[in-house]
Design a protein around this ligand. Sequence first.
Ligand code: UDX
Length: 440
Amino acid sequence: MRVAMIGTGYVGLVTGTCFAATGNNVICVDVVKEKIDNLNKGIIPIFEPGLDKMVKSAQERGNLSFTTDIKEALQKSDICFIAVGTPMGEDGSADLQYVINAAREIGKYMVHDMYIVDKSTVPVGTGDLVRSVVQEELAKRDSDLYFDVISNPEFLKEGNACQDFMHPDRVVIGSENPKSIEVMQELYEPFIRSSEFFVTMDIKSAELTKYAANAMLATKISFINEIANISEKVGANINKVRRGIASDSRIGYSFLNPGCGYGGSCFPKDVKALIKTSRQYNYEPELLSSVENVNARQKMVLVNKVVDVFGEDLKGKTFAVWGLAFKPGTDDMREAPAIRLIEELTKRGAFIRAYDPQAMKTAKNFYLKDIDNIMYIKNKYDALDDVDALIVVTEWKEFQSPDFMEIADRMKGDIIFDGRNIYKAKTVINHNLKYYQIGA
Ligand code: UDX
């Protein structure tokens, strides 16, 4: 099939590349020329395991190309995906300017019938909006070309996006048009284990499904974080409580890890956008607001623990921070708990020695560029030299079974604050280190 992908961000690039991997002809479009030039040279703008190899082999086969020319992409395709960003606007709602712009361009430049598929995460009703914008542009040039708008939300996890795409839990298609559903079924055929994982529904339900899925997952995290906070107060151990509840198959183990708050490009933005949408329809979403509030508070939990031990004034104190990315397997720092932590500690006078396997460049150039009291260290053990304590913020694999002797030797102090509960308390304590976790 002939596919155009508008937007070569995280979602567009992964989706386009995976469709090319199953033999489709894919053209990815982006307005940023430098990005397209780089992609044509095989330089991938993001760190995502396996993606570079997949791009390269599709380019070699000749069925994946990159261009800034949307006209060319529309000429050479029958299905056009919109996979542009929907950043959070100032009032918390999703900013749809890039989606609307893409729809406008499609209406302006399409030269034959077209299936327009919305992959971007968009508020309920955007499918109708895209349809009317395309219609408006076609009317301006007296064209009666056929098009249909389909919603097809993505559920990719950063760090595992290619795998997730190739082996999805489900594919959701928002369309009530049998021909459109058939086209989508054909496109997704290689990825679907059985027909029950190909879920079709009306556009609005598909749009809401994406927000509902992310809101549910965010709720699980805020729930376990709240129980962790209670657990700590009453002298219980959240790690035990978690096992106690998760072994009930109705509850389950996944997404019940307590921590220092969820981050990333999806949960914070999507929970906010869903709250906003609900309010626009005069419904006050109490639960979602609480999910958000608990998360904001959770980002302070490590700071509070440090302050409890060292006091409000942290002048002269140095802390090693292991992990800056919002989760392992990515260099993404959007809404990462490390940002707030480092801002709060340095504000109180502390000095930070930070190490992350992937995100140090992003931190230095962007998210923490205004912080002076920080040094980026190339090795996790070197980051420990002469520090008062180690703070673990992201559970990268290489932090999971460290050499505790070396940790104890290198540090001036004897404390580990663990924001992800990745160690056995006994092991840490046996090395004469003090161990502070979340909820235990
Ligand atoms: C998420 C959804 O999982 C994905 O389906 C959707 O398409 C986009 O949003 P992603 O943001 O890549 O994916 O990361 P995810 O692995 O879901 O983690 C999000 C955040 O939750 C991270 O900050 C992570 O540390 C935190 N988290 C996750 C917890 O604190 N505890 C958990 O048990 C799980």
